[in-house]
Design a protein around this ligand. Structure first.
Ligand SMILES: Nc1nc2c(ncn2[C@@H]2O[C@H](COP(=O)(O)OP(=O)(O)O)[C@@H](O)[C@H]2O)c(=O)[nH]1
Ligand SMILES: [Mg+2]
Length: 388
């Protein structure tokens, strides 16, 4: 067969009528250890989307509770259910993006896999996007807890306060007036999402605000009220790391064009460590009358312990070190930092002996330690970076 006849054949190939109506909607469900919710999710989607040509793409970050295996079992019989299993990857936002990239549907919807979002709203969101509801259509239909008729019953006390504060901060940063920009429940035109896709930061949990902030053209947005429900089964993955990533995402959207935000975060943590270092040395040496030779290493160890503690707190909860592993981790961390710390103590001691003020000596030494740690971090993470 010649190349020409092959292409002609391809062009004239028509989908068989047996394949049914063209795909209308892809529901993207990010999952991490949601095995207890899968059956309820699939049943809920089946009920809610009756009459629509839909598929659901579950993007699973290698859950340890068998989520992906369960989805494959269901998918073997129900072709609407698909699974993308990612190895060595993490993050709700990037999972959603990969799900969107994997579908041919003209409209996508994103919904959590724990039944907190009301799947019965999906047809309404779909019609808001396509205009089938007579509303003229839009780029993005957001399931909103904070417009009239919406509610966040699963949210109480501190969680609600945090959510409302984050909403204000987000709107102020992005110069938007979305009632619920932190919502993880929305539908969008596939091409509107794809226009944002190359510019997405894909950091952390907040894919909706990332999409809105990354869109090259202003999006036509509608908000549709729904009631946020309590979790069906399993546990929330919200932790300090997620809050930190939200903060990094906001910074990235505000300043990313001008400065590398990851470097800013490293510098911020470094400055904190430096402040601890100087505070410990100052209080021991100046106020407690302890010799500089003892105060200096105490300050260096305190700064190292603080940076280690901070890094561990900002690690995903299930990967965080605890108990004996935490201590072993610290020994390893201290070993990596040791050359910088020794250089620091050596230089500070020399300067102090030569008559420098205590804080000038300590600061000069700290510059050496910070430079070393930065270089070591770059080296270690460069080694670990591998294509997945
Ligand atoms: N693929 C993937 N999904 C995630 C990740 N973190 C959370 N999820 C899923 O995102 C949805 C929302 O997460 P959840 O922990 O319920 O957040 P919360 O509702 O704010 O407490 C759930 O379906 C989670 O399983 C992740 O790192 N990767
Ligand atoms: Mg949830």
């Amino acid at each position: 067969m010649t190349l020409h006849s092959l292409t002609t054949q391809r062009q004239t190939t028509r989908p068989s009528p047996d394949l049914g109506s063209p795909l209308a909607l892809a529901v993207i469900v990010p999952t991490l250890n949601e095995a207890g919710n899968i059956a309820a999710m699939v049943a809920g989607l089946d009920r809610a989307l009756d009459g629509l040509a839909w598929e659901a793409i579950f993007v699973d970050d290698d859950s340890t509770d068998g989520t992906a295996a369960l989805l494959r079992q269901i998918g073997a019989y129900d072709r609407r259910i698909r699974v993308i299993q990612r190895l060595g990857r993490r993050g709700l936002a990037s999972a959603v993006t990969e799900g969107v990239l994997a579908t041919a549907a003209p409209v996508i919807a994103v919904i959590d896999g724990d039944m907190q979002h009301d799947e019965a709203l999906l047809p309404k969101m779909y019609e808001a996007v396509t205009g089938d509801d007579g509303g003229g259509g839009c780029d993005l239909a957001i399931g909103s807890r904070y417009v009239d008729g919406g509610a966040a019953s699963g949210f109480t006390g501190v969680r609600e306060l945090i959510s409302r504060t984050a909403t204000r901060v987000t709107n102020a940063t992005l110069r938007t007036t979305i009632a619920d920009p932190m919502s993880g429940f929305f539908a969008a035109r596939h091409d509107a999402f794809m226009a944002s896709a190359p510019h997405l930061s894909n950091i952390g949990f907040k894919i909706l605000m990332d999409v809105v902030a990354s869109s090259p053209a202003p999006l036509a947005i509608r908000e549709i009220p729904y009631t946020f429900r309590p979790r069906h089964a399993g546990t929330s993955k919200l932790d300090p790391r997620v809050a930190h990533e939200f903060f990094v995402l906001l910074l990235e959207k505000m300043l990313g064009r001008y400065v590398p935000v990851r470097f800013l975060m490293f510098a911020g943590a470094g400055l904190f460590g430096l402040a601890i270092n100087l505070m410990v040395i100052g209080s021991l040496f100046r106020h407690a009358g302890i010799s500089f030779a003892v105060a200096l290493p105490a300050g260096v160890i305190a700064a190292m312990a603080f940076n280690y503690f901070l890094a561990n707190t900002l690690t995903y909860r299930d990967l965080r070190l605890r108990g004996a592993a935490f201590l072993r981790g610290f020994v390893g961390y201290a070993a990596v930092c040791a050359p910088g710390a020794i250089g620091n103590i050596f230089v500070s001691t020399l300067l102090f002996r030569d008559g420098s003020t205590w804080w000038v000596a300590a600061l000069a030494g700290a510059v050496i330690a910070v430079t070393w740690t930065y270089a070591a971090t770059l080296l270690l993470t460069a080694k670990r970076r591998r294509p997945v």
